[in-house]
Ligand binder design. Structure first.
Ligand SMILES: [Zn+2]
Length: 223
């Protein structure tokens, strides 16, 4: 890590690095941990997972889609019996399509799926597959880039031009821009959804470099 950033003003919850401040990334200041690569949303997700799964209610079998290293390393340390990574391309334990994994139903007690569904052309089918993979009592931890000023999602799997995707959806490989109806989409797929944010004081938010706007959709099979 760059010596220049070592300090005491900020702390990365993903790797424990103590920094003067997080580094800039993609035009955002205070975004990137120079030690482990974690961004704001990774730090928010890990803080929530650590509270949710790290204190006596650790799932036995966890499937992690498009595994972010900053999260994966920590999940492995939680003492999960079976931690499996999956992605559309190698390297991951399983190379699978999230819409049709071919895995037996009810195989996992926990699923982590963050910033994946916006890349999937049939995201509703992917949501149903996540539901199918969960055992009763399990939960999927889902995050997507979401524009909370939008009531409805702007869907565009038919848009193939990267520049047009960037303009409309914010990134060259995003197929839609989710709005506040994202939760309803999960419910429509059959989930019971609880929208959560890691609870932090303003000082903690500042120290951990976490935004208020990154909601986490805890999605469970009904019943
Ligand atoms: Zn870090």
């Amino acid at each position: 890590m760059a010596l220049a950033l070592r300090g005491e003003g900020a702390e990365c919850p993903c790797c424990g690095a103590r920094l003067r401040h997080f580094a800039g990334f993609n035009g955002r200041s205070g975004a990137l941990c120079p030690a482990c690569g974690a961004l704001e949303r990774h730090r928010a997700l890990w803080l929530l997972l650590r509270r949710r799964w790290g204190q006596g209610s650790t799932p036995r079998r966890v499937l992690h889609f498009a595994p972010e290293p900053a999260i994966g390393r920590n999940l492995e340390r939680l003492g999960i019996g079976e931690y499996v990574t999956a992605d559309i391309e190698a390297p991951a334990d399983l190379t699978v399509d999230i819409c049709d994994t071919g895995l037996p139903g009810g195989s996992f007690d926990g699923i982590v799926c963050s910033h994946v569904l916006e890349h999937v052309s049939d995201d509703r089918r992917a949501m149903r597959e996540l539901l199918r993979l969960l055992a009763p009592g399990g939960e999927a931890i889902v995050m997507v880039p979401l524009d909370s000023s939008r009531e409805t999602t702007e869907d565009g799997p038919e848009v193939t031009e990267p520049a047009e995707r960037e303009r409309r959806f914010g990134q060259h490989d995003h197929l839609r821009l989710y709005g506040r109806d994202f939760e309803a989409r999960l419910v429509e797929a059959g989930f019971d959804v609880s929208v959560q944010q890691v609870r932090l004081s303003a000082a903690e938010r500042e120290r951990f470099g976490v935004h208020e706007k990154d909601p986490v959709f805890v999605s469970r099979p009904p019943g």
